[in-house]
Design a binder for this molecule. Structure first.
Ligand code: ZN
Length: 388
């Protein structure tokens, strides 16, 4: 028995105006201070007001949101008693909103109880709307929640099939003003979701097609969206690709690049997409060397020039990903990311510890032993092709 979960998705130009018809009494917007300052809360609130809803907001979600922030937001939600919660922003705001939603519904729980093993019973007090303002995490279509335990400096992978938004609004106008750097950092994450969702241990017939399509869209439209932010077609396609990849990997799981990338991001405070994108080609090479691979399907779907065998097609895919990253100005090694050799060496054991604790590592088609993980990080630091 398996499942495929999806929110209702409204996408394309003017998707936000769907909110004008929403029925309910009170909506609570969860967002970050930067978006709030830029007027995004107001824009969304205007639509909700049209629908006759009372609106309140919490605009204090930081990047890599902490448990403390989630508890603080939950208090504000409890005081307002909304029947809709709106996660507005990148993955951080949407993930924080998901966690706050659960804790609002279930005051008896703490955040660490949000796992597939716990029957949550959400949806009795409120429903969740996810509105992405970046094209990357796909949090609008997944149930995953990534929070940070600030006492340990570690990322927590939470979520259950119940922590999926009821409604996702994918409106490309919200990403129109994103600077090229953020467009690239977030956009490359879409590709990692697509490739890992297609190759993880939990890959399945329902997510396969979504992952292939999303990968193709990233190669076609991400360079355009980075080069010219006003390219409306590229923005719309990337917004859709992010949600499509979210549906894909959200129903199959991410894998090794995410396990290692979460660790890299937490230790060196680097953006999520930059970390997982950097690591993806190395993990492709590592998994292929182990003799397991579905990368050939992806390489062929993308029509990459390569021979028919697994090794040559996986190498072509890893090479195409490195080319794409260089084209959009992303680092392809940890050294290029600006991490000094001394800092890297000092952090290596911790990087491996965090990777081994990450839930995504067991999803890899080839799970590295500790010494292999150490080597993988070293190769990724130096930018060497993985041959072990
Ligand atoms: Zn990701």
């Amino acid at each position: 028995m398996w499942f495929f979960n999806s929110p209702e998705i409204v996408f394309g130009e003017d998707a936000l105006s769907y909110l004008d018809e929403l029925s309910g009494r009170r909506a609570f917007i969860v967002t970050d201070p930067v978006l709030h300052k830029l007027g995004f809360t107001e824009t969304v609130a205007a639509h909700l007001h049209k629908a006759g809803l009372e609106v309140a907001y919490f605009a204090e979600v930081e990047p890599e949101p902490s448990l403390e922030t989630v508890y603080r937001g939950t208090e504000a939600i409890r005081a307002f008693e909304p029947d809709w919660i709106v996660g507005l922003g990148g993955g951080s705001a949407m993930d924080a909103a998901k966690a706050m939603w659960v804790l609002y519904e279930r005051p008896d729980l703490t955040a660490d109880a949000i796992s597939p093993l716990e029957k949550l019973g959400v949806g009795k007090k409120a429903r969740l709307i996810a509105i992405p303002t970046t094209s990357g995490t796909g949090s609008e279509t997944t149930w995953a929640i990534v929070l940070t335990d600030t006492t340990e400096g570690r990322k927590l992978g939470l979520g259950s099939r119940e922590t999926l938004a009821t409604l996702a609004i994918v409106d490309p106008s919200l990403t129109a003003a994103l600077p090229p750097r953020i467009t690239a950092d977030t956009g490359i994450d879409v590709l990692v979701h697509a490739v890992e969702g297609y190759t993880s241990q939990w890959r399945n017939d329902f997510s396969d097609g979504l992952c292939l399509k999303a990968a193709q869209m990233v190669f076609e439209y991400l360079p355009r969206a980075v080069a010219d932010g006003s390219d409306r077609e590229a923005r719309e396609k990337m917004a859709n690709a992010a949600a499509i990849a979210g549906l894909g990997f959200g129903n199959s799981m991410a894998a090794l690049a995410h396990a290692m990338g979460h660790a890299l991001g937490a230790v060196f405070h680097q953006p999520h997409g930059r970390c997982v994108g950097l690591l993806l080609p190395y993990t492709i090479e590592f998994v292929t060397t182990g003799g397991v691979s579905r990368y050939a399907d992806i390489a062929h779907f993308l029509r990459l020039p390569c021979d028919d065998d697994e090794t040559s097609s996986a190498a072509a895919l890893a090479g195409a990903i490195r080319d794409l990253m260089q084209q959009i100005g992303q680092p392809v090694s940890i050294a290029e990311m600006g991490v000094s050799r001394a800092d890297f060496d000092a952090a290596l054991e911790r990087l491996c510890d965090f990777s081994e604790m990450d839930t995504q590592i067991v999803m890899s088609a080839r799970i590295p032993e500790r010494d292999e993980l150490v080597k993988l990080y070293r190769y990724a630091y130096e930018g060497r092709v993985v041959e072990f």
